[in-house]
Design a protein around this ligand. Structure first.
Ligand code: CLF
Ligand code: SF4
Length: 491
């Protein structure tokens, strides 16, 4: 690769030549690990390594897209109102346009040609992918006929899923998300006003009991067939927040691969029951406390972005507006070249990154006392596992925690980008500073003097000396700078 910057899709990445220089520069730095091949069975790793939701590491490199082909739903959740016309909202159930399976297949192929990071096609509504099964099945069938290596993923409330389990297996659907918010129907009755099952509409405790039984049946059937199951739970303070610990234990016992505890999104403007009745969502601290409390149970996903049902791109970015129906060609043929080149590049990149991480872990363990307190570090990145975004362009910050044991991804925090049309916006900067509360360091590819000074005045150090380095080694280097023992004590 001759050029310093390689452009693959919309993502600019540093070339391998520059990588070596960058590695030399940070060879003594490093970090801890996201889950990777060292942390799991190789056969499982092979199935999740390119799935941005099932592997935190993969979400730096690979993209998912959702196609909104399944509008019908068989239950009502008190946090859901499926709107179709708001392209600015990012939350499950919201889409700009519904698609037929034919339109969806055309869109997937157009995206695959333009977004080489694409590895997963998910159907996550805007209703229930298993209830609206004929459209889900037809979409998957058409796409796989043209892109055989794309991973198929679906999301369901579990009520109708047992009816289609054999077809799921036949279609090689390897990843299924079940939304399970309770294992106690008394609690379920506060979340679900009704369900439609077996030609009947059920309400109250009876509805929640049937839903619970079908969800457990779905989980058991999927696990028995070797399909990887991620359980999504919506954390609803005062209703199921404490109960989700039991949910975590139970889904682990039954063989779920991952548990993703998400915050309730509740706003009267969304028109949901919870929004209109003042039910609040959890604070970031409440969510983290619950997630931390569940450590040791089912493995937790912490990098979920609560995607729209028509999201396109890396998690945290949404390129859906580039691929609306009016912009799609009438006919499109799949060209695998870009996706193949991307996977080759990622394979090499992963090896380099792991070597850097390993060195960094050793350096940190050797130089920092184990009892040193952890440090939170915010990172500006546009993917690729590198610090490669200007501070002013960041619309979210990835938050890492580092101590002598390593570097761990904790969460992301959203913010409005400080720079718009080439100029900084002081009000936005004030909001960014509030977003970074409790995080004393931000790493970015570049930052101007004004925002750097404003951050410093708020007690946040902005560092751009690690531009284009791997994230974890850079985070570890910052930690060592702050916490390393005097050299005489480590000799
Ligand atoms: Fe889509 Fe869900 Fe498949 Fe991912 S999303 S169907 S598992 S491909 Fe991912 Fe989005 Fe979170 Fe879902 S970040 S909302 S967990
Ligand atoms: Fe909405 Fe999904 Fe609940 Fe159906 S299952 S009501 S689509 S959130």
């Amino acid at each position: 690769m001759a050029a310093n910057l390689v452009t693959l899709g919309s993502l600019k990445v540093v070339s391998r030549d520059d990588l070596s220089q960058s590695m030399t520069g940070c060879a003594s730095t490093s970090c801890g690990s996201s889950e990777g091949p060292a942390d799991m069975d190789p056969a499982i790793w092979a199935r999740v390594k390119d799935h941005p939701c099932y592997s935190e590491e993969a979400h730096h490199y690979f993209a998912r897209m959702h196609v909104a082909v399944a509008p019908a739903c068989n239950i009502q959740c008190n946090y859901c109102n499926r709107k179709y016309d708001c392209s600015n909202e990012s939350r499950p159930g919201v889409v700009s346009e519904r698609l037929t399976p034919d339109q969806a297949a055309r869109k997937v192929i157009a995206v695959a040609n333009e977004v080489p990071q694409l590895s997963v096609l998910g159907i996550a509504g805007p209703g229930d992918a298993a209830y609206d099964w004929r459209k889900t099945r037809e979409t998957f069938r058409q796409v796989v006929a043209q892109i055989p290596d794309i991973k198929l993923c679906l999301s369901s409330n579990g009520l109708a899923l047992p009816d289609h389990i054999d077809e799921l297996v036949e279609m090689n659907i390897d990843h299924v998300t079940l939304t399970i918010n309770m294992i106690d129907p008394e609690i379920g009755a506060k979340i679900y006003p009704w369900i439609f099952h077996d030609h009947q509409r059920l309400t109250g405790i009876e509805a929640a009991r049937v839903l619970h039984e079908r969800q457990m049946l779905s989980l058991d059937m999927l696990v028995a067939r070797g399909i990887l199951v991620k359980v999504n739970s919506v954390m609803i303070p005062g209703i199921n927040d404490a109960h989700l610990r039991e949910v975590n234990r139970e889904v682990k016992r039954r063989g779920a691969f991952l548990h993703n505890i998400m915050p309730l999104i509740s706003d009267p403007a969304h028109g949901t029951h919870f929004g209109l009745t003042g039910q609040r969502g959890p604070t970031a601290a409440e969510l983290k406390a619950l997630q931390d409390d569940c450590e040791g149970g089912a493995n937790l996903m912490r990098h979920c972005r609560q995607c729209r049902a028509d999201a396109v791109g890396l998690l945290g970015e949404d390129r859906g507006q580039e691929f609306t129906l009016d912009k799609l060609p009438e006919t499109v043929d799949y060209d695998p070249a870009a996706r193949e080149a991307w996977r080759d590049w990622v394979a090499q990149e992963r090896e380099d990154r792991r070597a850097a991480v390993s060195q960094a872990v050793q350096a940190t363990a050797a130089q920092v006392a184990p009892q040193e307190t952890p440090l939170l570090v915010a990172v500006c990145t546009q993917g690729g596992g590198r610090i490669n975004q200007h501070f002013g362009h960041a619309t979210e910050f990835k938050i890492y925690e580092v101590d002598a044991k390593g570097v761990r991804f904790v969460t992301h925090r959203r913010a409005d980008n400080y720079c718009t049309d080439g100029a900084g916006d002081d009000e936005r900067l004030a909001r960014v500073i509030r977003t970074l509360e409790g995080v004393p360091v931000v790493l970015c590819a570049r930052i101007g003097d004004c925002p750097r000074e404003a951050l410093a005045a708020a007690g946040i150090e902005a560092i751009d000396a690690h531009a284009h380095d791997y994230i974890e080694p850079a985070v570890a280097a910052v930690y060592r700078d702050r916490r390393a023992l005097p050299a005489a004590l480590t000799a």
